[in-house]
Design a protein around this ligand. Structure first.
Ligand code: NAD
Ligand code: UD1
Length: 350
């Protein structure tokens, strides 16, 4: 079926929002997730929001037998591949766990796709593959390098996809490089639910605002930026979700349909940034969140975090040109939707 997709990691933060966007765009999906960093409650809530049951399979992308069964049972146009581990610090402590889950898992998934002549893939990559950028904004031709096993796993998968696209010209492999996803569905029903203490800025700020954490530590006040704090390209998760729909629509138009022997119209390996193109500093984000939530957000300056860079923001031109997609939502809307989710669900899905 041309409109049915497999969504690996579809119970997670970005995957759950993308399922809603896919449904609204008329796609059918099967969600495949081992729930290692998510809960079935996210699936239940997505199902309530779209007012229909989700076809959900609890399974691991490294489980080839199970994946083969799923591909035997369904005829997929393509796969949106979110499944992966994403905590940078944990990846430094447990590198093999990251290489096994992210790299081996992707190899197994690709083997099963190829065995079933499913040629279309949208992969969750990250701006982390650009390392410390030499020029800003960052476009897709910028050199790639990574300093931690999480980033390395994304880079290895990208290299693998490039090699596959060379070896098998019928493959259509889009690598979406996300900048900093934040925000939540406007209903406040689904959002980011980090295990433990958040590593990332937005969930940390929102947990301080809701009173779960005492104060924010701002890592570094002496970067060469507008106010000395780090600058990032924050992008609303619902804009990001729409980016996946746009990428899928692109594949529908440009990819040769499910025939490994027919290379006509094939896309090859196509990396695309998903960002807003605008940089926002840590202090600016704290100020915007304070204004929206009307809560105090105490903070202190602390030492720079190892591995952090000063500034990172996208050139979003390629996404606009090829996919006809651009981010629409503002920093204020990102804060409003994060706050709605956080204040309605102070303990996440628990
Ligand atoms: P998430 O942890 O919320 O979602 C990932 C999902 O994958 C989870 O539901 C988890 O249970 C599942 N999963 C992990 N390993 C699996 C396996 N072996 N088999 C089956 N399911 C598995 O993370 P997210 O923020 O939604 O990120 C989705 C993807 O986007 C990840 O690949 C991540 O690396 C990438 N990414 C995320 C960000 C970000 O800031 N959130 C930025 C850039 C890239
Ligand atoms: C981090 C990851 C990156 C990953 C991205 C999205 C690191 C080194 N990098 O990027 O690989 O792709 O998340 O998941 O972990 N900050 C604070 N206090 C905090 C948290 C963050 O000041 O408690 C600052 C950081 O120093 C940075 C900015 O906020 O300047 C954004 O941090 P974060 O949300 O963790 O994202 P990245 O560092 O961009």
């Amino acid at each position: 079926m041309k409109n049915k997709v497999l969504v690996t990691g579809g119970a997670g933060y970005i995957g759950s929002h993308t399922c809603i966007a896919l449904h609204e765009a008329g796609y059918e999906m099967v969600v495949y997730d081992n729930l290692s960093n998510s809960s079935v409650e996210a699936i239940n809530r997505v199902s309530a929001l779209i007012d229909r049951p989700i076809d959900f399979i609890q399974g691991d992308i490294r489980d080839k037998k199970r994946l083969n069964q799923v591909f035997d049972e369904h005829k997929f146009f393509g796969v949106i591949h979110f499944a992966g581990l994403k905590a940078v610090g944990e990846s430094v402590a447990k590198p093999l766990m990251y290489y096994d889950n992210n790299v081996s898992g992707s190899i197994t998934l690709l083997e099963v796709m190829m065995a079933h002549q499913v040629d279309n893939l949208i992969f969750s990559s990250s701006a982390t593959v650009y390392g410390d950028p030499k020029t800003l904004p960052i476009d897709e031709t910028a050199p790639r390098s990574c300093t931690n096993p999480y980033g390395q796993s994304k880079l290895m998968i990208e290299h693998m996809l490039e090699d596959l696209a060379t070896a098998y010209p019928s493959l259509n492999l889009i690598s979406l490089r996300y900048f900093n996803p934040v925000g939540a569905h406007p209903s406040g029903q689904i959002g980011e639910d980090p295990n433990d203490i958040p590593n990332n800025l937005m969930p940390y700020i929102s947990q301080v605002a809701v009173g779960k954490l005492e104060r924010l530590s701002i890592f570094g006040d002496d970067y060469p930026t507008v106010d000395g704090t780090g600058v990032r390209d924050f992008i609303h998760v619902t804009d990001l979700a729409q980016g996946h729909v746009a990428a899928l629509n692109y594949l529908q138009q440009h990819a040769s349909s499910n025939s490994s022997s027919d290379a006509a119209g094939s896309v090859g390996f196509l990396p695309i940034n998903l960002g807003t193109g605008k940089g926002t500093s840590v202090l600016d984000l704290v100020a915007a969140f304070t204004k929206v939530s009307k809560q105090p957000i105490p903070y202190q300056f602390a030492a720079r975090r190892a591995g952090d860079i000063a500034s990172c923001y996208a050139s979003a031109d390629k996404a606009k040109e090829l996919l006809g997609w651009e981010a629409k939502l503002s920093i204020t809307e990102m804060c409003q939707d994060t706050w709605r989710w956080q204040s309605k669900n102070p303990n996440g899905y628990a």
